[in-house]
Design a protein around this ligand. Sequence first.
Ligand code: ZN
Length: 318
Amino acid sequence: MTDAQSAETVAVPSETLPPLAKTRVQAPGAVGVHISGVGCRATASISPDRVWIGSLTPGDVEPVVDSIVNAVLTVERHPKFVVVGTPGHVNGDLGTVTAAANLGQGWRGTVALAELLRSRLDCEVELCNDAEAALEGERRRGALVACNDGALITLSHGVGVALLHDGIQQPTELGHSVSQFGGPECRGRPHRGCYESYLGGWALPIRYRERHPEFHGAMAREIPDDHDFWTECGRRLGDLIVGLCLLGQPLEAISFIGSVAQARHQYLLPGVRARVDEEAALLATRPRSLRITPLGEDVSVLGAFLMARDLLHPFLAA
Ligand SMILES: [Zn+2]
């Protein structure tokens, strides 16, 4: 289900929630939020079934701030520490986000989002990049649990690659590394043939139309379940992973998130595995696990919540 499709409130009013078990780790006041170009998610709990999902209309700053405030107060009437995972470049020290163009025209420059939210919510607010929040969610509750060296690959509008090296997060721009010189044009970058130009959500309909001129869809979700096309995409993704392995960094596990990965993993992952297996003899290490996230579309909001909980209650268990 996409964010747009699921833009209904699914929150359960707190007074109707079942009593918390004594063994459950409580973190009153901690709230995680994830905003994107199509939706807003918020939670005050680690349970995926308590994630609130709302719509978010890209545009000016103020309506988006309104949506975030509404989301926070829906899941926690008395917030104490809020962490917001957002697209764009985040300066955590200044509490600003820059070039979050997915959120609308008003977000192309620098927005002091943390201060705007602090003044409305009257509590601590920190920002993090959405990929950072997703990696935190995957490490703590997802497919990278107990993994010190791994990678998180996001397949949605673009292609994102975040590495985990010796337990330390390393965001990268490897989604824009060149897969094929002279390949198709990238969008917004001065190069051709990068992985995103083949596998990004914006690029997939263009690539599909090159093979099937009768296709007129503009969205990746409109592409049929064409086994040959998606398997070839999986093999291209396998090239990216082989490249990561050949960098010499140990990779115990690789996790895939994002709307394209969620919707097509049954075709993509066999292609990835076949491609990686072809190179296995050449590799010093081969990931033991290549998996789709078990956290679905909630991975970033759960990661943001865990970060908020850590900041508010530093001695709680994971
Ligand atoms: Zn590119």
